[in-house]
Write a protein that binds this ligand. Structure first.
Ligand code: SIN
Length: 484
């Protein structure tokens, strides 16, 4: 890559939103997809359960209702309607393009159920490897240039216009200009000690947005997945897909009691915020552990339906479905994000767009309905690609953004502060929050920002600060924001 380049569109991120968006931009456009690490290190790759689509026109109102109920009606209804209505075309687009979703014996698409859905409407692939299959499919279809090992550390923004990005490619800095820049960099998982996210998802771009005065919305609504195996040394904890409960798995305590019914009559199939919180509160109150129990499943069926979970846990010494697995909730998904309109335009910044988990389209409200995330990534990415083509942004001929940071991306003590931040976010800005805990988190962030820290940590702290501020601002509990 040369020192300085101009593109028609730069897409930051190579998950479903980035790749699907790029696939909708014509080959004649000079498009660059920037990928922070290797392409499969993204949340899409690790998505297990599936992608929702409305089954047919009749199912649209029910999918909308389920999405609004799960989101505590904090959702933007217009965005939810778009999500559901356009889901059928997205499904057709993938299927007609050759994406292999799982089929039944008659060759028809198989749908599964997950929590808070009123019917089985979730497509899956490879049993429990939907994200991996969809990512591979999109990578194979990609027609544009994709640059690996590209860490974006600034957006070139001046006078309400985005001109491009500053990026470290293989540890070398570049200034890249573009008529349009799309943020499709995912959520904020690395801010939390226990999370299910790819290690690349570290809230840098959210932090840059805050620095530039771009609004982040609904950041108090962080989603915690209820069934995660956290007893591993790795940063990314092991997800046990909600589809397991959709197919009939139970959540039990040490004595085999299905305690979730004490909290909600839907038990294991209550919405994700309720299940996570109930597990957290039950463990705290009773001093007991929580487990996922698969003993109702027949072994051959289980191995076929959940092959990757079977294999992963076999390597850890478990014999599924016979053995139960201890679980904990863990951070999973950012319901909030960078504010945008229903076509992904970032208000007030010409040439800047956002898609996928990084965005706050309003579809998820206070808590995302299971498996709506891959769908959002596709539906709104397509709309965003259309907006880019129609908006026809053009940069001026002469550009000069050559000034660079005199600060370093990393400083010596960053690792120590980063780990402390992760612990504090989990403890004080997690599933059950208190005003006191939030204020302590706020103080820690404030103190750490005044230390000699690198730019990337500073960006993380910006994003953490937005979560804490918005959590403090919302004094009542709603959806995944629960204040005690
Ligand atoms: C899961 O498979 O449980 C995760 C799906 C999602 O995040 O919606």
């Amino acid at each position: 890559m040369s020192e300085c380049k101009r593109y028609d569109t730069i897409v930051i991120g190579a998950g479903i939103a980035g790749l699907y968006l790029a696939s909708k931009l014509p080959k004649s456009m000079n498009v660059l997809v920037l990928c922070k690490d290797i392409p499969w290190e993204c949340n899409t790759f690790y998505a297990q359960g599936g992608m929702v689509t409305a089954l047919d026109e009749q199912d649209i109102p029910f999918h909308i209702e389920d999405t609004l109920n799960a989101g505590s009606n904090h959702n933007l209804k217009e965005a939810v309607e778009i999500l559901s209505k356009e889901s059928i075309a997205v499904r057709e687009d993938f299927v007609n393009g050759g994406m292999k979703f799982d089929l039944d014996a008659n060759g028809e698409l198989l749908y599964t159920k997950e929590a808070a859905h009123s019917t089985s409407r979730i497509l899956h692939a490879g049993g429990d490897a939907t994200g991996r299959y969809m990512h591979k499919f999109l990578m194979e279809k990609n027609i544009h240039k994709l640059q690996k090992n590209s860490l974006v550390y600034d957006l070139l923004i001046e006078d309400g216009r985005c001109y491009g990005v500053r990026v470290m490619v293989n540890y070398k800095p570049y200034t890249l200009y573009a008529d349009s820049v799309v943020i499709a960099s995912g959520g904020i998982g690395s801010l939390y000690q226990f999370n299910t996210n790819s290690r690349t998802v570290s809230a840098d771009i959210h932090g840059i947005c805050i620095e530039k005065g771009i609004e982040l919305k609904d950041m108090e609504f962080m989603q915690f997945h209820p069934t995660v195996f956290v007893n591993t040394p790795y940063a990314r904890k092991l997800l046990l897909t909600e589809a397991l409960r959709g197919e009939g798995a139970w959540i039990v305590d040490d004595d085999g009691k299905r305690f979730l019914f004490d909290y909600d009559k839907r038990g294991e199939l209550a919405s994700r915020d309720i299940v996570s919180r109930s597990i957290f509160l039950y463990k705290r109150e009773k001093g007991k552990k929580a487990y996922l129990d698969f003993s109702m499943f027949e072994e051959d069926w289980f191995r076929q339906r959940f092959p990757n979970i079977y294999k992963t846990f076999k390597n850890l010494g478990y014999n599924l479905p016979r053995d139960r697995v201890e679980i904990s909730p863990a951070f999973h998904y950012a319901n909030g994000g960078i504010a945008c309109d229903i076509d992904g335009r970032v208000p007030g910044i010409k040439g800047l767009y956002v898609a996928g988990e990084a965005s706050r389209t309003g579809v998820h409200g206070a808590n995302r309905l299971a498996s709506n995330s891959l769908l959002e990534g596709a539906v709104f990415a397509k709309r965003c690609a259309d907006a880019i083509v129609n908006d026809g942004n053009h940069l001026p001929c002469e550009l000069s953004f050559e000034k660079d940071y005199d600060t370093l991306l990393h400083e010596a003590n960053d690792k120590k502060y980063k780990h402390k931040l992760r612990e504090i976010m989990w403890k004080d800005v997690g599933i059950v929050r208190t005003r006191q805990g939030l204020l302590e988190a706020k103080n820690f962030i404030y103190d750490t920002k005044s230390k000699n820290i690198g730019r990337l940590l500073e960006l993380r702290l910006n994003t953490a600060s937005a979560i804490v501020q918005q959590a403090l601002y919302r004094e009542e509990s709603l959806g995944s924001h629960y204040i005690e």
